[in-house]
Each structure stands twice: as C-alpha cells, then as structure tokens.
Design a protein around this ligand. Sequence first.
Ligand code: C2E
Ligand code: MG
Ligand code: MG
Ligand code: MG
Length: 296
Amino acid sequence: YMAKEARTGVELYQPDKDRNSPERLHLLGDLRRAVDNRELRLHYQPKVGLTTGAVHGVEALVRWRHPVHGTIPPAEFIPLAEQSYLMRQLTEYVIEEALEQAARWWHMGLKVQISVNVSARDLLDSALPEQLEVGLARYSLPPDAIQLEVTERILMGDQAYTHDTIKALAALGVPLSLDDFGTGYSSLIRLQRLAVAEVKIDSSFVRRITESEDDERIVRSIVDLVRSLGLRSVAEGVESDEAALRLAEMGCDVGQGWLFCEPMVAADATLWLRDHLDPEPALGYGYRPAEVTRTA
Ligand code: C2E
Ligand code: MG
Ligand code: MG
Ligand code: MG
C-alpha cells in the first residue's frame, strides 16, 4: 500500500536511525540502481528578476521516479546518498544531464544558466572541476552556462577541505551560488572571502516576510548585506504577489518560487523559456519581462 510505504520510507531517513539497518541498505541499493536505470529526472525552476522579469537562470532539482514508491522528493534520498559514495555518482549524473540540457537550450538560442545543487562530498573531489571542464568543452558551452549551488553550511564549514576544489572552479569560471543563506552561521567577513556570485535567501525567512516583522527585518538586512558585497540576492520560496512586491521594494534582485513557476520537466521548461527568454539578443534587449509575454 503506497501511502504506508511512503510513510515508512520517510522514517528510514531519520539521521539517528541505524545507518546499517536492512531498510536503509535496501533503499541505498535501490538508489544505486536508480542512477544506472535513469530513474532520476531533473526538473527546472526559473529564477526571475523581481522588477525586470528577466530570466536569471533555472535551477535543476532532481526527482526520483521509484518503480514502487512513486516520485520521491530529494529531501528523502539526498541525505541518504550523502552518507555514501553514491553522492558523487548522483552529482556526476545530475551534472551530465544538466550539461546536456544546457547544450540543447543554448543551441536553440535559449541561453540560460542552469544551477546544479552540490553536496559537501562533491567539493572534496577534484574530479568535479575536471568533469565540468570536459563537459563544457564537449558542448562548446561557456563556463557560466552552469552554476553550482552550495549550501551555506558546506561553504562556511571546514574551508580547508573544500579550498582546492573551489579554487579550481573559480579558475574554470564556473560561478557559485550560496544556497539556503540565513540558516547557518556566516559572518560578513567570511562571506567576503568566498568567490560567490549570488546568495539565495532561505525560504524559511522569505515565506513569512509579510506576516512576521522579525523575518522581514532579517531578509532586509541580508539583502542589504548582499548588495554591499556587490553580489546578487535571490529570494527562495516566493509564493505570493505581496511577498514579491515587498522583496522588490527591499532591493532584492531575483525571486524563485511557486508565484512564478513550479519546477518543470525539461519539455515544459523549454516552452516556458521560449515565452520568457528573448531568443534574439540581436534586438538589443536580451530579456523580455514576463508581463509582455502574458499580454502578447
Ligand atoms: P534547494 O536547493 O534550496 O531548492 C529549493 C526547494 O524549494 C526545492 O525543493 C523547490 O522545489 C522548493 N520550492 C520552490 N519554490 C517554492 C515555493 O514557492 N515554496 C516552497 N515551499 N518551496 C518551493 P526540492 O526540489 O524538493 O529540493 C529540496 C532540496 O533538495 C534542495 O533545496 C536541495 O538542497 C536538494 N536537492 C535537489 N536536487 C538536488 C541535486 O540534484 N543534488 C543535490 N545535492 N541536492 C539536491
Ligand atoms: Mg538550491
Ligand atoms: Mg535553497
Ligand atoms: Mg532551501
């Protein structure tokens, strides 16, 4: 029975549960097979300029279409993968898929940056920058056709371990995005030392800015901080017009969330991009505000 299975599944991923429990090992086996059998699919969610409507890129979000449990969200299997060597394999797969999709879109004239989420293990592996370099060259894509989203905790944590990989990525020209900002413990000084292009404000703050003065203040100060560092601010989890308006007033650059678009399969994302991303920059204006296409 599906619902019960799914509930049981959720319980399996509690970090305090026995790491070697049979259920856990079974699911890990399933995940290993899933990587080989292409049960993992990427969905794409746009990042939209809050005052301009410009498309700033799309984030690739992985989904697992399990033959028995149905679609399993990443929150339920990424933490499991992160505890094994499978995480590297999974990220390699996600990057290959993202590069292939970027190549398809770029060759259609839809020059959009794809962000890929990476985990701590990925940044410990020098194979990551190598994979990107080879992949980008294979499709003749510029390095900023891909961006890596790294959570605040990983980037701020043990910097010594990730230093070489981050340096190699910077040399390659692949931008970094600091994901889930606000949930960790970053200081302004440390943030300044890192070569990040954008900071994504965690949805847990963004979702409540219209109801909670505290959260409103937190988001406002993050936006100010990010701007003072010369970086782009991206609000995650923008669900209402009211929130988008408030964020725009604060000077937040970009929004991502259900208000604009839910994560879409590649075919739907292609149609969306055709509508919202001007394919002919020769006209002098690379991007079209969403309003224009809605009334067209
Ligand atoms: P994230 O990178 O912070 O991604 C944002 C999450 O917020 C996504 O959940 C997205 O579907 C969801 N979201 C988007 N708009 C809204 C909204 O308006 N309201 C709300 N409440 N949520 C919204 P998703 O796809 O379930 O992914 C969850 C997390 O799993 C991601 O958080 C990311 O940390 C991780 N993840 C996803 N794909 C990958 C991947 O390929 N590799 C790795 N390492 N992690 C991934
Ligand atoms: Mg992300
Ligand atoms: Mg995030
Ligand atoms: Mg988040």
